[in-house]
Design a protein. Structure first.
Length: 466
């Protein structure tokens, strides 16, 4: 729920219950139409009198929060008004007057409208279609787009995901929504709370997907959707797995998080990055560990791109998360394989990859796939959940696979930062003080200032011998 819009929502809901002719006029020109209704009611006309009784006066726009504009999201602005606080500001608020009432009322009239002759319209195709309908009832292009996005089940979450530097949006029922932003870090969106209505809309949107079934026996569901900026993975959780909530990850943001930008953001140092790349290139298995949302996959994606054009990469993940590395001139064979992976890895290694990325190690079976790929002589990169090194070693020991960690370079992350680098020798943890060779350090340093993976791929030649 977007705070401050109570009267706007009340007006919009009342308009939606009217006959379409009057509802359309009130959505397109709220104040002018309401003044006309008042005048006609004063002359004794019954229908206008009934509408005046049923519909409250169109309210003015809510006040615009102070702060600097962090991003223009299209139909709204993302404003930062504190070190760790932000606000979502629909552009209708900025325009003032009755613009917010117009956009909200039009959104109510657009709900349930889908492109004709299309069996399964994607989210943004539906938004485009509804935007054209809103323009047809008299809204200008900016208000029409806002109304169309407001009319979807993902309003206002979908707006936040349109930020080019918004990497993730999270919400828990009854709490404020927060985001991860490339430049600003983690921000609480102070004027946005996930209420029951918002959550049920998000849940029903996910459940419409063929793989979006949610319930007591399947309390977590993930679906992908396309937005103008790229692909988003939306995850919904329900009890008993957790408090009802969602997590929306902007998968396309990875292209704007290359290794040099991660270095400038403090995620990893140049020395650490060079050391990890040199170890991986030399055949040392690399395991990136840390809690959920600590930046493991984003770092792995950036490391893979930095290996250079022409490198053969095999990725085997539960669900696809790293980019299509073929766009960067790499030879990328990508597979999404839920559940068991060892047999899949055995079947796929005939492709003779230079590097195998195994995604997230979630179970003992996944850990066996990691061990098999390492024992087969391949360069292996993977991620795994762990709160600290002791937890990591306990988990792999409980799987009977603690030996698989021997000699691996383990990169621990927390809060989007590399916390420590180490290895396991003789069953004991050893800290590693990164000391890359001059050639690898020079390679990483040469990437300074690059802001996309396309720039890095164009600059880096093949660093793994053919």
């Amino acid at each position: 729920m977007l705070l401050g819009e109570g009267r706007v929502r009340e007006f919009a809901a009342a308009v939606s219950r009217l006959d379409y002719a009057w509802a359309r006029l009130l959505a397109a020109r709220p104040a002018r139409t309401y003044d006309e209704l008042r005048a006609r009611s004063a002359r004794g006309e019954r229908e206008p009198r009934g509408i005046i009784a049923a519909v409250p006066p169109p309210p003015n726009c809510p006040p615009v929060p102070d702060g600097r504009i962090l991003e223009d999201l299209g139909p709204a602005l993302l404003v930062q008004n504190g070190r760790r606080e932000g606000a979502l500001v629909p552009k209708s608020w900025v325009r003032g007057g009755d613009s917010a009432a117009s956009a909200a009322a039009a959104a109510e009239l657009l709900r349930g409208r889908y492109p004709p002759d299309v069996l399964e319209a994607g989210l943004w195709r539906t938004v485009s279609y509804r935007s054209s309908l809103a323009a047809g009832i008299g809204l200008d292009p900016d208000l029409a787009l806002e109304a169309a996005v407001r009319s979807t089940k993902l309003w206002p979450i979908a707006i936040l995901l349109m930020g080019s530097d918004v990497t993730e949006v999270y919400g828990s029922l009854g709490s404020r929504v927060y985001i991860d932003h490339i430049e600003a870090g983690r921000l609480v969106v102070e004027n946005l709370i996930l209420d029951e209505t918002d959550f049920e809309r998000i849940r029903s949107f996910v459940e419409l997907h063929p793989h979006g079934s949610i319930g007591p026996h399947n309390p977590l569901a993930k679906v992908d959707l396309e937005l103008p900026g790229g692909r988003v993975r939306l995850t919904v959780d329900v009890p008993p797995a957790s408090t009802p909530g969602f997590d929306a990850r902007n998968l396309s943001a990875m292209s704007r998080l290359p290794l040099p930008r991660l270095i400038s953001l403090g995620t990893i140092s140049e020395t650490q990055a060079a050391h990890v790349l040199e170890a991986l290139s030399g055949g040392t298995p690399v395991l990136v560990a840390g809690p959920t949302g600590s930046g493991k996959t984003t770092l792995c994606n950036a490391l893979l791109v930095a290996l250079g054009r022409g490198v053969r990469v095999l990725t085997v993940e539960e669900v696809r998360e790293v980019e299509d590395l073929g766009e960067y001139g790499m030879l990328h064979h990508a597979y999404a394989i839920p559940g068991a992976r060892t047999s899949a890895v055995m079947a796929l290694l005939h492709r003779n990859p230079d590097v195998v990325f195994l995604g997230e190690i979630l179970s003992s079976e996944h850990a066996r796939a990691f061990e098999f790929a390492v024992d087969s002589g391949f360069r292996v990169l993977a991620t795994t959940h762990a709160s600290d090194r002791r937890g990591l070693m306990r988990k792999w020991s409980s799987w009977g696979l603690s030996q698989a960690l021997e000699g691996a370079l383990i990169v621990f992350m927390r809060d989007k930062r590399v916390e420590r680098v180490g290895t396991v020798m003789g069953g004991a943890w050893e800290e590693v003080d990164p000391e890359p060779s001059g050639a690898w350090f020079d390679l990483v340093r040469s990437l300074r200032g690059m802001r996309t993976n396309f720039e890095v791929a164009a600059a880096v030649g093949r660093v793994i011998p053919a």
